[in-house]
Design a protein around this ligand. Structure first.
Ligand SMILES: CC(C)(COP(=O)(O)OP(=O)(O)OC[C@H]1O[C@@H](n2cnc3c(N)ncnc32)[C@H](O)[C@@H]1OP(=O)(O)O)[C@@H](O)C(=O)NCCC(=O)NCCS
Length: 185
């Protein structure tokens, strides 16, 4: 256990910052299913949340991955946020992202999105896409801070009259230093 975390338990100090710092982003396990389902229930309306069956499938699917922000909070294991990714040949789609209300505003969501971006770099994808409620300007503005841009409006996506925007962030490979890497000079 890291020194700071040990101190936190011993002193009983539980500032939000410390609570968040002991959360780690990791790949979800089948044992996380109930916690992820609870997060979906608490963060999305019945119409928009993933079913038990869909989440179970996401955990097993070779073309999807599920990530959680988890750690021991107040001595108990806790899953604070979850993210479902769909892996396509050239892109990654953030299919679902949610953080429990009590853990919001402390960077958990940002860490999950950054994990998706890192994964896209690592697996040579060219972009990341997502859909967001067009009316939720706070949310779309937040995604813009990562470099996402709206490129399409999806009419009636959630329900009649409830439109979504599809946003995309390009994954740009850093230029190779030193010019040519192959061939004769
Ligand atoms: C969007 C969400 C995952 C962000 O998680 P988070 O851990 O609070 O994110 P961070 O702490 O990294 O960033 C906080 C920022 O999120 C932004 N934000 C985005 N959507 C928000 C929302 N619905 N309510 C409040 N803040 C929101 C705010 O700009 C906030 O900035 P602030 O802290 O300066 O006020 C979380 O608000 C959530 O679960 N919302 C409900 C589910 C949802 O809408 N998911 C996205 C589906 S596309």
């Amino acid at each position: 256990m890291a020194q700071g975390v040990k101190r936190w338990y011993l002193s009983g100090l539980q500032t939000d910052e410390r609570r968040m710092s002991i959360l780690t982003i990791r790949s979800a396990k089948p044992a996380d299913l109930a916690a992820i389902e609870e997060i979906e229930k608490r963060c999305f309306s019945a119409m928009r949340r993933s079913s038990h069956r869909a989440l179970k499938h996401s955990l097993k699917s070779p073309t999807q991955s599920v990530w959680v922000a988890s750690g021991r909070i107040d001595g108990k294991p806790q899953v604070a946020g979850a993210m479902v990714l769909h892996h396509h040949r050239l892109s990654i789609r953030i299919y679902s992202l949610a953080v429990l209300p009590t853990f919001r505003g402390s960077g958990v969501g940002r860490r999950l999105v950054n994990r998706a971006i890192k994964l896209a770099h690592k697996t040579d994808r060219t972009s990341i896409t997502l859909e967001a409620d067009r009316r939720n300007k706070v949310l779309t503005g937040w995604y813009e801070t990562f470099g996402f841009q709206t490129y399409r409006v999806l009419k009636d996506y959630y329900s009649p009259g409830r439109h979504a925007v599809r946003m995309m962030r390009l994954i740009v490979k850093p230029a190779l230093k030193g010019g040519r890497v192959c061939g004769r000079s």
